[in-house]
Design a protein around this ligand. Structure first.
Ligand code: UDP
Length: 489
């Protein structure tokens, strides 16, 4: 019988947070551009933040369809009250996501006639509930890692690390040579126990987030296929294999890069920002010299004390460097930051403060020469991909891993000595000034910029036709297309 080619249908499920919806949306578009039919499932809370009005998601689908991309959006109720703090009440938020499986199965079944037969569930690594979805619908579960491979390997092996006594983490003894972690698969560099998830720093294993992360880590291993938002040239070809238990484990990133390179030419973009982007800051960047601006942002979740924010402000002022600083409305432990008296007047045109930036446009701007970042994986990978070296200020989750790898393994980063010794120490304005100057005007910064430029080139090559991530995507596309068609040959 002649074979009929029908499109694979991927159901893409992000964790409901900015650093997860962003990469999964980019990946959804890559899949759609390769001929997949995509169903993107948000929680209702995320859908309202992204699309503002209920009709917008349909309008976006329609717009994408006109560009030849088939992506439909579905939403499930997250079970939490409307005034819930979301990611800021992280344990409750996670526990709510862990219960979403049955609602996803229901909505997929009730809308089955609108879409081709489902081929696979592409799930965020932090959506354990999709195990129920994949099992109920008898389709493969493709685990998409929003981490680099080495951090993913560490997390996926949490149980082993607990059995070996590395978890709960003994922070004080972490840097002793005998405590180096060398037992993990994937030929990754030895890890320091403080590279592991910060949720494992609590000594009480009954702690809700300790339990949540341990459970997620166990379900992460329940996969049929693994994709990682990284590129082979960064961590070596064997790193990804450390995530395989006999199934393919492929680096396919940076997933935003093809989209970014394309959208500089055409305009198929899906806005996923939870806050309104301040586009005027790009005009301001135009007025600044090449590689002269420090971009400062701590991502979508991290908060700081008011005292630390004020000290950071005074350090930026003392550094005399131009800076673009993202101060989310909730950055000061849930409130807006109150900056030192007279700060904005003294800074004048040298500094710019925004509530939320178009980060990809900022990092790719030639005026940006450094990034003071919390080292969330998306921000780190975005900075790497645009050749911008980093000053790391990790705050939680696996950000300490990313920060240390930027500094010690990839040689594209610096950090704050005081925080390496004690992450809770107040970073003084003097230390901020010293580190910012070293990055922006010293030989050390220039060296890091050269190293970062090399990685930018490697990242760009990886996603272009014939590159490592591109080839891995070819394989994934082939495998899923074969699966979609195997039932009707
Ligand atoms: N981001 C942005 N504008 C900002 C700050 C962040 O668009 O002003 C985006 C950034 O490009 C990244 C995401 O938000 O894609 C943050 O993800 P990351 O993993 O870095 O950190 P998280 O927010 O998850 O802690």
């Amino acid at each position: 019988m002649a074979s009929i080619t029908r499109p694979p249908h991927a159901v893409v499920v992000p964790f409901p947070g900015q650093g997860h919806v962003n990469p999964l949306m980019h990946f959804a578009k890559i899949l759609a551009a390769r001929g997949f039919f995509v169903t993107f499932i948000n929680t209702d809370r995320m859908e309202q933040r992204i699309f503002k009005t209920p009709n917008d998601s349909a309008a976006v689908s329609h717009q994408l369809l006109q560009q030849g991309l088939q992506i439909r959006f579905l939403a499930v109720y997250d079970g939490l009250p409307p005034d819930h703090g979301g990611v800021q009440a992280i344990d409750e938020y996670f526990l709510a996501t862990q219960k979403l499986g049955p609602a996803m199965v229901r909505i997929l079944r009730s809308t089955a006639n609108e879409a081709p037969q489902i081929t696979c569930i592409v799930t965020d690594c932090f959506m354990a509930c999709t195990h129920h979805v994949a099992t109920s619908l008898a389709v493969p579960r493709v685990v998409f890692w929003t981490y680099c491979a080495s951090a993913a390997i560490a997390l996926a092996n949490s149980r082993t690390l607990m059995d070996k006594g590395y978890i709960p983490i003994n922070v004080k003894e972490a840097r002793r040579p005998e405590n180096l972690i060398t037992c993990l698969p994937g030929k990754i560099p030895p890890l320091i126990p403080t590279d592991l998830q910060t949720f494992f720093r609590v000594q009480d294993t009954a702690d809700p987030m300790f339990q949540v992360i341990m459970y997620e880590s166990e379900i992460q291993n329940e996969a049929d296929y693994v994709l990682i938002n990284v590129f082979e040239e960064l961590e070596g070809p064997e790193a990804a294999e450390g995530l395989s238990k006999g199934y393919p484990a492929l680096p396919i990133g940076p997933v935003f890069l093809p989209d970014f390179l394309q959208s500089t030419k055409s305009s198929v973009s899906v806005a996923t920002s939870l806050w309104e982007e301040d586009l005027d800051c790009i005009k301001w960047l135009q007025t600044k010299a090449l590689s002269s601006v420090l971009y400062v942002s701590f991502g979508s979740i991290a908060v700081m004390s008011m005292k630390q924010l004020q000290e950071l402000a005074l350090g930026l002022e003392a550094s005399e460097q131009p800076f673009l600083w993202v101060l989310r409305p909730d950055i000061a432990e849930g409130k807006a930051a109150v900056l030192p008296e007279g700060f904005t007047e003294r800074i004048g045109e040298r500094g710019r403060i925004v509530q939320w930036a178009p980060q990809l446009k900022v990092l790719s701007h030639p005026s940006v020469g450094g990034f003071l970042t919390h080292n969330g994986w998306n921000s780190t990978l975005e900075s790497i991909s645009f050749g911008v070296p980093m000053i790391g200020w990790p705050l939680w989750a696996e950000q300490f891993h990313n920060c240390r790898f930027c500094k010690e393994v990839w040689k594209i980063g610096m950090d704050f000595e005081s925080r390496v010794e004690n992450e809770n120490a107040l970073v003084s304005r003097e230390e901020v000034e010293m580190v910012v100057r070293a990055m922006m005007e010293g030989p050390q910064g220039n060296e890091l910029r050269k190293n970062a430029a090399r990685l930018k080139e490697a990242a760009t090559k990886a996603v272009m036709a014939g590159g490592s991530s591109y080839r891995n995507l070819d394989k994934f596309t082939r495998d899923m297309t074969a699966r979609a068609n195997s039932v009707i040959e």
